[in-house]
Design a protein around this ligand. Structure first.
Ligand code: PMP
Length: 344
């Protein structure tokens, strides 16, 4: 198996970091206050393996039952555990050819056969490609690294045509503008929605992810977890995650700021001649015809601006740029203006 390559986490602090889709704003004030007053003596004990306070807070936020929620160490843990739990037949699991590049790594690691239907030329997922026999389906919605979202009606059609396999909808970025599949969970007992605290909740470093689905799916995930590692989430993550969920107002404000910055940057990049799909996430996947994206990536890095570059077919013409603060994005835009006027 070729392992997944995570985005760089440079030790330097004096850079503009737009390479791993982190949130530029701090976690909710209640999270910071709780962290400051946390009694380290608590750490003598093992954490609650059921992460009860976190599960309860999430259940309340989304109006679902506690036994419909499974928490893990980031959504990577939840997704990996889901591949291990649900994908074990001989039929291929289906996910798009351009999507989160961890899916094929898990499939390889667990020996799961898979096929990868191609996106259309506008980077849309073609629902018809998923109307056939399969051992499971995984769709990131909005998709990564393209940022393009699929309408809920398409997800519904895919669910209607696939009652016999587990469908995972990875909604890592949905809070920034996509349509969630959560309303489908009670109707489709085989549909699992996976979420993360890493993007919209500014807590990538705490490693918190969760899944919402029918209680049978959740109990299957728990059985696998308790056959592997019962203490996954650590105590601070459980407590601080629960605190974050309590503050809906801060969450909505932060997401709103990022969406506003994203729309402004979209406009400015278009004016400069960049082309891209209509991102509904906290990143843009952009190309400037006639410009070598690899060169631009390295020039940006030399200037202390880190973005993500995938040196793979199709993707190598693009840069994936996380939406930072307005100030950070202005620095990026200034860099581009200077570069395209012959400065680099
Ligand atoms: N799904 C997608 C589509 C992602 O881009 C990421 C971030 N790399 C993840 C899942 C995993 O995020 P985390 O483990 O931080 O929750």
């Amino acid at each position: 198996v070729t392992p997944y390559t995570p985005g760089e986490q440079p030790q330097r602090r004096d850079i503009i970091k737009l390479n791993t889709n982190e949130n530029p704003y701090p976690p909710a004030p209640g999270v910071l206050a709780l962290l400051k007053n946390m009694d380290g003596n608590l750490f003598r004990k093992y954490p609650d393996p059921d992460a009860t306070v976190l599960v309860s807070a999430i259940a309340e936020f989304y109006g679902v039952d506690k036994n419909q929620i499974f928490c893990g160490v980031g959504s990577d843990d939840v997704l990996g555990m889901s591949f291990l739990t649900f994908f074990n037949g001989s039929k291929p699991v289906l996910f798009p050819d351009i999507t989160y590049s961890f899916y094929d790594v898990w499939a390889g690691l667990f020996g799961i056969p898979f096929e990868t239907p191609a996106l259309d030329s506008g980077f849309h997922i073609r629902k018809e490609d998923y109307f056939r026999e399969n051992g499971g389906i995984v769709i990131a919605n909005p998709n990564a690294p393209t940022g393009v979202a699929m309408p809920l009606s398409d997800i519904r059609e895919i669910a209607e045509k696939n009652r016999e396999s587990v469908i995972i909808i990875d909604e890592a970025y949905v809070d920034f503008g996509g349509e969630t599949a959560l309303p489908l969970v009670s109707e489709f007992k085989n549909l699992l929605v996976v979420r993360t605290f890493s993007k919209s909740r500014s807590m990538a470093g705490m490693r918190i992810g969760f899944a919402i689905g029918d209680e049978n799916l959740i109990s299957a995930l728990k059985r696998v977890k308790y056959s592997y590692n019962s203490y996954t989430l650590n105590m601070p993550s459980i407590l601080l995650g629960a605190e974050s969920v309590k503050d809906r107002k801060y969450f909505e404000e932060t997401v709103g700021k990022i969406v506003k910055t994203r729309e402004r940057v979209k406009h400015e990049l278009r004016e400069m001649g960049f082309v891209f799909g209509d991102s509904m996430t906290n990143f843009l996947f952009v190309k400037k015809p006639g410009t070598d994206a690899g060169k631009l990536f390295r020039a940006l890095k030399d200037a202390g601006i880190y973005v993500r570059y995938f040196d793979k077919p199709v993707l190598r013409d693009y840069l994936r740029i996380t939406i930072g603060t307005d100030e950070e994005m202005n620095r990026l835009l200034d860099f581009f203006r200077h570069a395209f006027s012959g400065g680099v």
